[in-house]
Write a new protein. Structure first.
Length: 291
């Protein structure tokens, strides 16, 4: 049974923020924990819909279109900095009058979560950082390369299909590639460029000691985004950090090992997540650090 309720828009932090909502009827809002799910650099909310369906079984779940992606504001000249993206999440929670909420961020979304959490926002109770880039000033570079993003976006802008996405996402199913081909054109190129360059200039490690809530760090076994020494450093900066591993998955964890992705959460968010059906039958086929 589908847990999708509706898509919607709110005006928050001066822009239109679009979201997809799963599993939380209005009258049930006060009785179900709320999760805000923030995708990565070129992942519009719709591409995380299959995850939203599973989260919706347990939580009132909002999957966001980060500014510059999907149906949120995406104009050239908009502020696409990490600070602006973090302020968006806080303004979103305030606009929806969320009293108690948790944030789950993948990749760039994890960095957004950390930056948002450093202000100890009212109502924030927990956060999950899914394979966030640990690059920054004086640190090793994020392993993905910019042309991967730009070339695939330009192809989508021209018009492409699942076959066209095969070179970029070779381990994904045809359905997953078709969805990406359909929505990737909504990723503003300047937004992606700004976010990618910020991986090298923003220091989220300085934010970690300011976090006041429990954190889960979910680490992909493939993709080389987070190494053992990175885990040690993050734990040293924020002691209340639980680490979960998904050994057979690449950076796009739920696409590589959907069952392992849900299992890795355990009961950290308060309730276990049940696998709704694997997106890839071979969890050993890890993808590199990409979307």
């Amino acid at each position: 049974m589908s847990t999708f309720i509706a898509g919607g828009n709110v005006h928050a932090n001066g822009i239109r923020q679009h979201y997809l909502r799963y599993g939380g009827a209005t009258e049930a809002r006060t009785s179900r924990p709320t999760v805000i799910l923030v995708p990565g650099i070129t992942s519009p909310a719709i591409t995380w819909g299959f995850v939203g369906e599973v989260f919706g079984e347990q939580f009132d779940t909002y999957v966001l279109d980060v500014r510059g992606r999907g149906l949120s504001s995406a104009e050239d000249g908009l502020d696409y900095s990490l600070d602006a993206q973090a302020a968006d999440v806080l303004a979103f929670a305030e606009a929806l009058k969320l009293d108690r909420w948790m944030i789950v961020g993948h990749s760039m979304g994890g960095r957004i979560a950390v930056r948002a959490g450093r202000t100890a926002p009212a109502g924030l109770e927990r956060m999950v950082l899914i394979d966030p880039p640990v690059s920054g000033p004086g640190r090793r570079a994020y392993p993905a390369k910019l042309p991967w993003y730009i070339d695939s976006i330009r192809l989508a802008v021209q018009g492409t299909d699942a076959e066209g996405m095969l070179a970029f996402c070779p381990t994904w199913t045809e359905e997953q590639r078709a969805l990406r081909a359909e929505w990737l054109h909504t990723c503003n190129e300047s937004a992606i460029l700004t976010s990618f360059e910020a991986f090298a200039t923003d220091d989220i490690h300085a934010d970690l000691p300011k976090l006041t809530v429990p954190v889960m760090l979910m680490v992909a076994g493939r993709g080389d985004v987070i190494r053992p020494e990175d885990i040690e450093e993050i734990r040293s900066l924020h002691a209340d950090t639980e680490v979960a591993h998904v050994p057979g998955a690449g950076h796009m964890i739920p696409w590589d090992d959907e069952a392992g992705f849900y299992a890795a959460f355990g009961t950290f968010l308060g309730a276990p997540l049940a696998k709704a059906g694997a997106a890839n039958d071979d969890p050993a086929m890890g993808t590199p650090a990409t979307p």
